[in-house]
Design a protein around this ligand. Structure first.
Ligand code: SF4
Length: 266
C-alpha cells in the first residue's frame, strides 16, 4: 500500500498575531508550512526598509542566499542592483523578497542545483508574502519571473506576454509589474542574447521607475482602497480592470478579511 502523503499546514499556521517585520521574520524562521524547511538551511525572509516604495519578488533563495540567510545576495542580486542603479531606482527605497522562503534544490555531485518549487509549495508560502505586502504597502510590486508572477496574478499569467506592463489597482496594491527573473539574464546563451536580455530587463525597470514617479506614496494609502475594490465584486472599476487584464482579480484579498481584525501593523 502506498504511503500517505504528509500534509503540511501552510505558513498561515505560523503567522504571528502582531504583523510587523521583526515579528514576521522571527515567526518565519520557525515555519514548517511545507516540506521545504527540511532541505533549506534556513528561512530567507525579505529585506529592506519598512517604508520601501517598491518591492521586488523573486522565486526562491538561491544557493548563496540560502547560506547567507539574505535574499538577492548572489549573482542575480548583483545583476539586479546594477540595473536598478542604471535606471535610477534608489536601493534605499527597495524591499526584496521571494515567493518561497526556503531554497529548493537537488544534489548534483557536490553541488546543490536549483529546483523549481511546486504550486503547492508556492501556495503554502504565500501568507508570508501577503503579510510583507501588508506591512510595506509599496507603490509598485515587481514580480521577477513566472513563479512570483503566477503566485500573485494567477496561474494563467504569462510573463512573456505581459512583461513590463503596469497592472493597476490589483488586490496586492496600486501597481504590479512583472518581468523576467534576473538569473535568466545570466543564463543567456551568448553575448548578443545577453545584451538583448539585459536591455529588455532595463526597459521593464524603467517602466517601474515611471510608475514609482507617478504614484509617489500612493501605496501607503491605496492598498486598502484597492483591496476594497477586490472584496466587493461588481464594482465597475473591478469589472473594467478584470476585462482588460484577465486573472488579475482572480486572487483573494492580500490579507484574508477574517484575520484582519486581530492583527496590528506598525
Ligand atoms: S517554503 Fe515557506 S511555507 Fe515552506 S517551510 Fe519555508 S517558509 Fe514555510
Amino acid at each position: 500500500m502506498a504511503a500517505a502523503r504528509q500534509e503540511y499546514p501552510t505558513a498561515e499556521a505560523f503567522m504571528p498575531v502582531k504583523i510587523t517585520l521583526p515579528q514576521l521574520r522571527e515567526a518565519a524562521a520557525g515555519c514548517k508550512g511545507c516540506d521545504l524547511y527540511k532541505i533549506g538551511t534556513q528561512t530567507v525572509f525579505g529585506e529592506g526598509p519598512r517604508d520601501a516604495r517598491v518591492m521586488f519578488v523573486g522565486e526562491q533563495p538561491g544557493d548563496q542566499e540560502d547560506l547567507a540567510g539574505k535574499p538577492f545576495v548572489g549573482p542575480s542580486g548583483a545583476m539586479l542592483d546594477s540595473i536598478l542603479e542604471k535606471v535610477g531606482i534608489d536601493r534605499s527605497e527597495v524591499y526584496v523578497t521571494n515567493a518561497v522562503k526556503h531554497f529548493k534544490w537537488e544534489p548534483r555531485g557536490k553541488r546543490r542545483i536549483h529546483s523549481k518549487p511546486s504550486a503547492r509549495q508556492v501556495a503554502a508560502c504565500k501568507p508570508w508574502l501577503k503579510a510583507e505586502v501588508e506591512v510595506i504597502r509599496p507603490d509598485v510590486i515587481v514580480a521577477l519571473g513566472a513563479t512570483a508572477a503566477q503566485s500573485m496574478l494567477g496561474p494563467s499569467f504569462k510573463v512573456t506576454r505581459q512583461r513590463g506592463k503596469a497592472l493597476r489597482k490589483t488586490t496586492w496594491g496600486p501597481c504590479v509589474i512583472a518581468t523576467v527573473h534576473p538569473s535568466s539574464l545570466l543564463r543567456a546563451p551568448d553575448e548578443a542574447a545577453r545584451h538583448e536580455a539585459i536591455a529588455a530587463f532595463e526597459r521593464d525597470l524603467r517602466a517601474v521607475k515611471k510608475e514609482m514617479d507617478s504614484l509617489k506614496g500612493a501605496g501607503k494609502r491605496a492598498p486598502q482602497a484597492a483591496r476594497r475594490i477586490a472584496e466587493h465584486p461588481g464594482a465597475s472599476a473591478r469589472d473594467a480592470a478584470a476585462k482588460a487584464q484577465p486573472g488579475l482579480f482572480g486572487e483573494p484579498s492580500a490579507i484574508p478579511t477574517r484575520r484582519r481584525g486581530r492583527r496590528s501593523r506598525h
